[in-house]
Design a protein around this ligand. Sequence first.
Ligand SMILES: [Zn+2]
Length: 197
Amino acid sequence: MIQDEGYIKFNPSWNKSPISIDASLLIQLNEIRAQLQAKNWLGVLPNGIGFGNISIREKESNQFIITGSATGKYSQLKEEHFSLVNHVTIEENKLECTGQIMASSESMSHAAVYIHNKKIKAIIHIHDNNLWKKYLNKLPSSSINAAYGTPQMALSIAEKIKQLKTNSGVLIMGGHSDGIIAFGNNLDNAILLLQKL
Ligand SMILES: [Zn+2]
């Protein structure tokens, strides 16, 4: 399998300017990240590529705040390590974001979830080889033929979210080895689903 994880495949339109994040939300995001890092669900691969990311919906919009590209190596994140995804066009693989850092390379997968269920407010994407193998096609899974970072993967995730009609759950990313997504009404809800696997 080609190791292309961590590279941005979407066409970005990046407004490189600061965004602000509530202090309380920033604390919560760091607490969740610490729990993910403790499980090695988020971090850095031996080849230096970061993995794992977190996002949270911006109020009632389809915009969301997501950890920036290549932030897996940091233990504590600040505002400057997050990006606000303003708009995406999945079919064209286009993404607009604002922040001092580019949005995570996996932002399209997050967008696909938020667009197709307005009640989903938070998403955690982790890597875990054992859980991925155990639950592939046993839990809801996106197509194994839809590769990481492609519109096909985002569309396959969108299709699952539409079918599931649930605000909280776990989705196995079929075409992205080790990739798992948990989504919920809030971050605590999403991480709890992962811890129960
Ligand atoms: Zn991933």
